[in-house]
Design a protein around this ligand. Structure first.
Ligand code: F6P
Length: 491
């Protein structure tokens, strides 16, 4: 039972995600516990601990099976007072290939990011996706009781909500957060099995996306694809065979307070000295930072091209400006992701080959796995945060940069095509990543902006990011769940 005010009916919150918040690995003959870097699992972990909930996720650590009980559960975090059960769902290699590398990341990911030329479905992928969604629905049903809230995360579980309808008591509220963009109908219509997916998602009582654009897009897709559904665009309610689904937009944010604390902690200045020497960043160089998974949606080569154009046009910046780009390997079994890794190295080599000197490089590129604290330190000390996705549901790096600035005067250079641009675009320097000239102009504008304007913009960015931090998002979602439960959705 919950002791949190936001889940008033005493039900437990069961979080379901593909990635797990804790992963057990063999290291030097011992079992070690890893936490994935990044905002979402950390933010939700704090909530589940606070509200005494539980979590279900794919067990992908090589020692995960060694630590679970007969129900495939392990209590996490290790050695904490406020532990909760993490239930692992085991998948075979074939299932992972079809469900994760196949339908999730070679169909849904490119469709939702508008990258239709990247869509590559092979025949087993949909069956695997459906099969794994069944496995998760079973796991959820086993752990869910009357009055509970099931909180599904992301595009890996498009069919689970509908599958849960027949498996769960009526008073369980099912809600899902869709972390990636929802595209317009003209794009979504290219999605293989798109109608089944929409019907699957309409098993939710509450479906949440980041921004209103995605909400309208989703409603358009339902109206166009499902004749049996009735869409009320103003209220965001969809009536269909199984009942009513409410669609809302609540932007996901980061834990701004925690990030600022880390960025300002006494250890941070020593950490900064170490990072500066590790990456050969000269004392006086103006620093821009980019941090991304190596994904074709992130616009990393476009960013390097823009730095090249900047240095062509403004030779006075040679020796004075460096982009530190941190890239983390991602989804490498998919050829398009391996290509990104090669393309980024080629672009960086080209630009450095043109401009580098004995003691300066225009682009420092690393695939080192930096800790959250190291990233916040980089963000705190960077004159520019550069976030240039071709398309991105939200982009939490932009918000982390702002939070880590903690009252600083850095400038956020931000793609118009990131969801976060809908929230903070007018205080950032907006760019379009494919427009190399315009992007270079944006970098130049950011580098030459007067201090008073930089501070004013950063203060506005901080205000906006605080208003939608992780806690606000959680309150919005769980508050809406309670509201739906309390009022009852009209049948
Ligand atoms: O942005 C969508 C998302 O699924 C996040 O929820 C997740 O943190 C990220 O992509 C990483 O993806 P993956 O789990 O495939 O490494």
């Amino acid at each position: 039972a919950s002791d949190d005010a936001s889940v008033e009916d005493g039900g437990e919150v069961v979080v379901v995600s593909n990635r797990q918040p804790y992963r057990h690995e063999w290291r030097d003959g011992e079992i070690a516990v890893d936490r994935p870097t990044g905002g979402l699992t950390a933010g939700l972990d704090a909530v589940v601990r606070r509200i005494d909930g539980s979590w279900i996720a794919w067990g992908d650590g090589d020692a995960d099976r060694e630590v679970v009980d007969e129900d495939d559960c392990v209590a996490v975090p290790p050695d904490a007072d406020d532990q909760y059960p993490l239930r692992r769902v085991w998948l075979t290699d074939d299932q992972v290939d079809g469900y994760y590398y196949g339908f999730s990341n070679r169909v849904l990911w490119p469709v939702c990011h508008g990258a239709l030329t990247r869509v590559a479905e092979d025949s087993g992928a949909w069956d695997a996706y459906r099969g794994v969604n069944e496995r998760f629905a079973d796991a959820v049903a086993e752990r869910t009781g009357p009055g509970d809230v099931v909180w599904l995360q992301d595009y890996h579980f498009g069919l689970v909500p509908r599958l849960l309808r027949s498996r769960l008591p009526d008073d369980v509220v099912v809600t899902q957060f869709w972390h990636i963009p929802w595209p317009g109908w003209d794009t979504f219509r290219a999605c293989p099995h798109g109608e089944e997916l929409l019907r699957g998602l309409l098993g939710n009582d509450l479906l949440v996306v980041h921004v209103d654009r995605y909400r309208q897009n989703f409603l358009d897709c339902v109206a166009a694809a499902l004749p049996e559904a009735t869409v009320d665009r103003d209220s965001g309610r969809v009536r269909h065979a199984d009942g009513v689904t409410t669609v809302e937009a609540y932007p996901l944010g980061v834990d701004t307070e925690r990030i600022a604390e880390h960025a300002l902690s006494p250890a941070a200045s020593e950490r900064w000295d170490r990072l500066r020497s590790q990456y050969d960043l000269g004392d006086d160089v103006r620093l821009a930072v980019g941090v991304d998974r190596l994904d074709y949606t992130k616009g990393i080569t476009e960013r390097v091209d823009a730095v090249e154009r900047l240095l062509e046009r403004h030779p006075e910046l040679r020796g004075e400006f460096t982009l530190l780009q941190v890239g983390s390997e991602s989804r490498s079994r998919i050829p398009a992701y391996r290509e990104v890794q090669t393309d980024v190295v080629e672009a960086v080599t080209r630009v450095n080959g043109r401009f580098r000197t004995d003691d300066w490089r225009p682009v420092v590129y690393t695939t080192d796995r930096l800790t959250d604290e190291e990233l916040y330190t980089l963000f705190h000390n960077a004159d520019l945060g550069v976030v240039s996705p071709i398309r991105d549901g939200m982009n939490l790096v932009a918000q982390e940069y702002v939070a880590a600035q903690a009252g600083g005067d850095g400038v956020l250079v931000l793609s118009r095509q990131a969801g976060v641009h809908d929230l903070v675009g007018d205080s950032a320097v907006s760019i379009t990543p494919q427009d190399t000239d315009g992007f270079a102009d944006g970098l130049y504008e950011a580098l030459t902006m007067p201090e008073a304007e930089r501070r004013e913009r950063m203060a506005a960015l901080v205000r906006r990011c605080r208003a939608c931090d992780t806690e606000a998002w959680i309150d919005d979602v769980l508050g809406r769940v309670e509201h739906l439960r309390g009022d009852g959705v009209p049948e």
